[in-house]
Design a protein around this ligand. Structure first.
Ligand code: R2B
Ligand code: URA
Length: 311
């Protein structure tokens, strides 16, 4: 018989902090995260992913492997140095997934549909792992508008191709418009960690236009087809620049809307690799592009170091 007030406290792990989760997930036994080749019956999610505090996403597997190795050094997981990182989703052959201590790194491919599938599965992963308040980042490349190439843009607001701050999901033939809300404080905090004089490039906050295509969707004149004139292109770019749009890419609305729906703090940080008022083709040498590619990574690493080590 245990005396009142002396009961041994059982350690019950808290539930995940994800909001608005699909109630039917609880009926799945197992839940198969098909595109990550992970399943709740073969992986102990709380044990393997329960300590994740940051989820970083970028377009390609190579960029995310580079980032995972970089962050391993930056957050001082020295015991792992020399260890080859394993792609935890390699069996599915779709996205790459690397874990470095509290940082999960995933490649998302190109466009809204691709990042949307990954986000569904990563948010379920967070939920099954009972993760607490993870912060999500998208780090990528973009086309700048009237912005010096090589600058870093932190997105204040993600707009779709119709300049609406929404991500459209068609459900049963009906378009549902989900708000693309990003965390303002996180964007400001990231910007405060930039140092233009020392970095040698600018880091600016502004709106991002998210297109469903790289060519006509971004008013390029170099696609296989083109249904407008150079004058119309110029007028369009100047119009969106006038509305505060600094860059164009292809995933920010889905990323912002889906993380917002799950109650996850998130930020989009993209380097601009050309000025779309000057050109459409990307002629910058690969070596320079590689260096530019690492700029969003550097900023996000500074943020993680600050949060983890309070420096
Ligand atoms: C930026 O670059 C890719 C297209 O080249 C796309 O994923 C994006 O958002
Ligand atoms: N990514 C895009 O989507 N557009 C660009 O112009 C460059 C990178």
């Amino acid at each position: 018989h245990i005396k009142e007030g002396c009961e041994a406290k059982e350690e019950v792990p808290p539930e995940s902090t994800m909001s608005n989760m699909n109630p039917y997930i609880e009926c799945l036994n197992p839940d198969i995260l098909y595109h990550l080749a992970l399943s709740t019956d073969t992986t102990d999610f709380p044990k393997m992913f329960g300590d994740v505090r940051f989820v970083c996403m970028g377009g390609t597997a190579a960029r995310m492997l580079k980032f995972a190795n970089f962050i391993m050094k930056e957050i001082g997981l020295k015991m792992n140095s020399g260890v080859k990182l394993k792609d935890l989703a390699e069996d599915a052959n779709r996205y790459a997934l690397y874990k470095v201590g509290p940082v999960l790194c995933a490649s998302h491919g190109i466009g809204g549909p691709s990042i949307s599938i990954l986000l569904h599965e990563l948010i379920k992963l967070m939920h099954h792992a009972k993760c607490q308040n993870p912060v999500f980042f998208r780090m990528g490349t973009s086309g700048g508008i009237n912005v010096e190439p090589g600058s870093v843009v932190i997105t204040s607001e993600a707009l779709d191709g119709q300049l609406r701050p929404v991500h459209e999901v068609v459900v049963h033939t009906v378009p549902e418009l989900r708000p693309t809300k990003l965390d303002r404080d996180l964007a400001q905090e990231l910007k405060s960690l930039s140092d233009p004089c020392h970095d040698g490039y600018d880091t600016i906050i502004g709106k991002t236009l998210c297109a469903n295509d790289f060519y006509e969707g971004q008013s390029r004149l170099d696609g296989a087809f083109c249904s407008y004139t150079p004058e119309k292109k110029k007028a369009f770019l100047e119009q969106v620049a006038g509305q505060g749009v600094l860059n164009m890419e292809m995933e920010s609305t889905a990323f912002a809307a889906i993380t917002n729906q799950a109650g996850i703090r998130s930020a989009v940080v993209c380097v601009t690799i050309l000025d779309r008022l000057e050109s459409d083709q990307i002629t910058t040498p690969l070596e320079i592009l590689k260096e530019w590619d690492s700029r969003p990574q550097t900023l996000i690493a500074r943020y993680m170091q600050k949060v983890l080590f309070d420096i």
